[in-house]
Design a protein around this ligand. Structure first.
Ligand code: HEM
Length: 423
């Protein structure tokens, strides 16, 4: 195994990470800012860090600490006993049967958006599909988890959040502060309203309010509830929005998969509105999403810090060093993917997926810190994709350059202007 010491270019981290992953062997040494870091390129070692020896790896990295301090200290960033307590408390809201209940809300919100798109079909006026997916998933997430309809605010709030989060790396900028103020204002209003509402709710917010500390019997403070709500809103909406945005981009560039998808949706639904019960009959729809998240995984890099010294193959990982697990580079590693730059949903047939090593594909992470919302995100994205593929074709506005941007989640720089046509 070779190791290489390199400093990543901050201007094009994707290219330099890819280059590092190609030449650096299973464990490539580099510098992240002032710190020694290791990029893991072997799926067995990803599994080691996330699953087998997860207790030795904390989330105490620069970005996680920044998120914790500047935005919210919730399930995404907590550790140890605190994390375990929070995860146990919230997990039931994300069980598959529970998540299946969001189906009608998803199609309802998608159909309302489709109605607006109808006027763009008539006029030929382009739409920013990135912004559209953002306000759609924000609306769906807040309604499903907190029973709140923020359709009035969704567009401007989504924009402010996305802008603000993008500046997480420098949290004293006015853009970041504006984004955070928007989120805090909305979330405080949601909590305040619920405190004074005496109706019965069975959503995640109700679970947070009902939670009692095992030892002291105390309820969560408003601040703790607020941090969890912000965490779930942010972790849930921008990731899903970007998965969908890249999905539309890739479909617009790949007419054959688009045609196969449209035919599947036509044959299975015969013009009906899609429901959760239809999803198992729409396997290609799911394969398209899996393939989009291969090329553009919204959570494109995960960081951990080694607590004690560890060993990955013959590479020693000193205590305190940063370990980077990078879906973006692993998902393009030619050892596991033929012609990795090509968009080919067929890679995700059941047999072919089963033949790959575990953790060659990990858009939702894995082990105990596996994304709590992955069933939610998959169900939501599949329903949205089927509903829109049934009605529209999208084309990229000519000459618009599409480049991934290094923000908190992977997103296209400057949005995704598209022309929509009727299917
Ligand atoms: C396509 C959409 C999504 C992607 C790609 C995604 C990806 C991820 C990944 C990779 C992690 C693990 C991070 C790590 O190990 O450092 C994670 C954790 C998490 N995700 Fe997601 N996520 C998505 C949607 C959602 C949704 C819809 C929700 C909630 C409604 C959500 C809530 C969370 C939370 C709370 C965590 C932290 C879990 C824990 O540490 O116990 N995510 N997500």
């Amino acid at each position: 195994m070779t190791t290489t010491e390199a400093t990543l270019h901050t201007r094009d981290p994707f290219r330099s990470l890819l280059a590092l992953s190609r030449r650096g062997g299973d464990v490539a040494r580099y510098r992240a800012g002032t710190e020694a870091a290791f990029l893991i390129n072997n799926p067995a070692y990803v599994k080691h860090v996330l699953v087998d020896n997860h207790e030795n790896y904390s989330k105490g990295t620069f970005i996680n600490n920044l998120f914790k301090q500047a935005i919210a200290d919730g399930l995404l960033t907590s550790e140890g006993e605190d994390w375990w307590r929070q995860r146990r408390l919230m997990q039931p809201a994300f069980y598959r049967e529970r998540v299946a209940r969001i189906g009608d809300g998803v199609t309802e919100a998608t159909l309302a958006m489709a109605e607006r798109w109808g006027s763009n079909v008539r006029t030929g006026e382009p739409l920013d599909v990135a912004a559209e997916m953002g306000s759609l998933t924000l609306r769906i997430t807040t309604r499903a988890l907190f029973s709140v309809d923020i359709s009035q605010e969704a567009d401007s709030l989504g924009h402010r959040i996305a802008e603000g989060l993008g500046y997480l790396i420098s949290p004293d900028t006015p853009e970041f502060l504006r984004g955070r103020a928007g989120v805090e204002e909305t979330v405080s209003a949601i909590i305040e309203e619920r405190r004074t509402d005496d109706r019965e709710y069975a959503d995640l917010l109700a679970m947070l309010f009902a939670a009692r500390d095992q030892d002291t019997g105390e309820a969560m403070s408003d601040r703790e509830v607020r941090d969890q709500v912000i965490t779930l809103m942010l972790a849930g909406y921008e990731t899903t929005a970007n998965a969908l945005t890249w999905n539309w981009y890739l479909l617009s560039q790949n007419p054959r998969p688009m045609a196969v998808l449209a035919e599947e949706v036509r044959a299975v639904l015969s013009g009906r509105v899609a429901t959760v019960a239809d999803l198992p009959q729409l396997p290609y729809n799911r394969m398209v999403l899996d393939e989009s998240m291969r090329l553009y995984p919204p959570a494109w890099i995960l960081g951990r810090r080694a607590l004690a010294e560890d060993r990955l193959g013959d590479q020693v990982i000193p205590a305190g060093s940063v370990v980077a697990l990078c879906p973006y580079t692993m998902h393009r590693n030619p050892a596991f993917w033929d012609e990795p730059e090509e968009f080919r949903p067929e890679r995700f047939t059941r047999d072919r997926a089963a033949a790959r090593p575990p953790f060659a594909y990990f858009p939702f992470g894995g082990g105990p810190r596996l994304c709590i919302g992955h069933n939610f995100a998959l169900l939501e994205s599949q329903l949205i994709t089927a509903t829109l593929a049934q009605r529209f074709r999208v084309e990229l506005v000519p000459d618009h350059p599409v480049l991934p941007e290094r923000r908190f989640v992977l997103r296209p720089r400057g949005g995704l202007p598209m022309i929509v046509r009727a299917a």
